[in-house]
Design a protein around this ligand. Structure first.
Ligand SMILES: C[S@@+](CC[C@H](N)C(=O)[O-])C[C@H]1O[C@@H](n2cnc3c(N)ncnc32)[C@H](O)[C@@H]1O
Length: 340
């Protein structure tokens, strides 16, 4: 086997910055050049669309893999990463946990080995997530804070569960906003959880714990939580698993408790669905399409949830305005309550 090339930080950052600037061009110039009113079969034949689709697939591949990819760069620091993220009393891992097939079968986001199979997957994903939405890269933080505000408006939860917390970015605004609350983040990915717990420990956070668990079947008692939240979990699950997650949330929510999921769900136009379906294929996220076809309101009603609301979500200032043209994810916030 050939040793991976030693990549210095300057070259790596330059390559990643280059990818981000091409992605910005893709998001703004290339996307807005597509004729949204033309028949889909016609759009598919245009050079603009072919180039748009090719770049979407290959920018993502180049970001993670190859000589200047995140995986190759961080692989040089493997031992340090493993050592830094070893002992942590905020973290409970479960070596016996059975990872579902939908999770292990695909290299999600084109991340080599997915989020679970490699010790460095947490830091690789953290670096990759910084450029997922190029226009939001500068204020990506904003998105998670906006959700926290919506989820807790006129509400002070005492016990909060962040389902599929990843490396902890979606959990942070909750533990910071509610220092007296007990906050728990769960995820399937041990490497991501280790990074989340490391960050919390470094910042001397006392009110958070991270557990390795499946959101479909958690180790928690009935009615333990006042607020359950997830960000970008549902679109990664097959429909039966989405239903299982809602049922599990209903079981562990206390009466009067609230549930908030931020995800990619409301896609109003045919053009929007075409682009979203293409993204799903090009980014290795096979369940995006079945998710948007599900009748989530009906499913939640059947499971006993009340006061359900499903609305577009403004991930940063102005993105829901009618004159906003660049590509964006169809951000949607799903709110529901378990009434007394
Ligand atoms: C797109 S990431 C979002 C992470 C985080 N919520 C954020 O906003 O940065 C989706 C996360 O869902 C996790 N995940 C997928 N299926 C899961 C399941 N059944 N139970 C728990 N976590 C799951 C993945 O490991 C990954 O960390």
């Amino acid at each position: 086997m050939i040793d991976p090339p030693n990549i210095d930080a300057r070259s790596f950052v330059a390559a990643q910055d280059f990818i981000l600037s091409v992605k910005t061009h893709w998001t703004t110039k290339l996307y807005t050049q597509l004729d949204q009113n033309a028949p889909i079969e016609k759009i598919k034949q245009t050079v603009d669309y072919q180039f748009f689709a090719w770049l979407e697939r290959h920018l993502q591949r180049y970001k993670y893999s190859g000589r200047y990819g995140i995986h190759n760069f961080q692989n040089q620091f493997r031992e340090e990463i493993i050592e830094n993220f070893s002992d942590n009393d905020l973290l409970i891992l479960n070596k016996e946990l059975n990872l579902p097939n939908y999770y292990t079968a695909v290299d999600i986001h084109q991340h080599p080995g997915g989020l679970w199979s490699d010790d460095i997957a947490g830091t690789v994903y953290e670096r990759g997530a910084r450029s997922t939405t190029p226009l939001g890269a500068a204020n990506h933080q904003d998105l998670h804070h906006r959700l926290t505000t919506i989820a807790t408006s006129q509400y002070k939860p005492e016990k909060i569960l962040d389902m599929a917390c990843g490396f902890g970015k979606s959990t942070q605004p909750f533990y910071n906003a509610f220092p007296d609350a007990n906050v728990i983040g769960i995820d399937l990915s041990a490497p991501c959880l280790k990074l989340a717990a490391y960050v919390a420990k470094q910042n001397q956070i006392k009110n958070v714990n991270y557990h390795q668990a499946n959101a479909e079947k958690t180790p928690f008692k009935n009615e333990e939580f006042n607020l359950i939240t997830s960000t970008m979990l549902l679109h990664e699950l097959p429909p039966e698993s989405i239903k299982a997650v809602f049922a599990e949330a209903h079981r562990i929510l206390a009466p009067g408790g609230k549930m908030t999921h931020l995800d990619f769900y409301l896609v109003p136009t045919e053009f929007g669905r075409f682009i979203h379906s293409g993204h799903s294929k090009r980014n290795n996220e096979p369940f995006m399409e079945p998710f948007i076809k599900m009748d989530i309101k009906q499913i939640l009603e059947n499971q006993g949830f009340k006061n359900i609301s499903i609305e577009p979500f403004e991930e940063s200032e102005g993105t829901l305005a009618s004159d906003y043209k660049p590509w964006r994810f169809p951000w949607t916030v799903i709110l529901a309550e378990k009434t007394i």
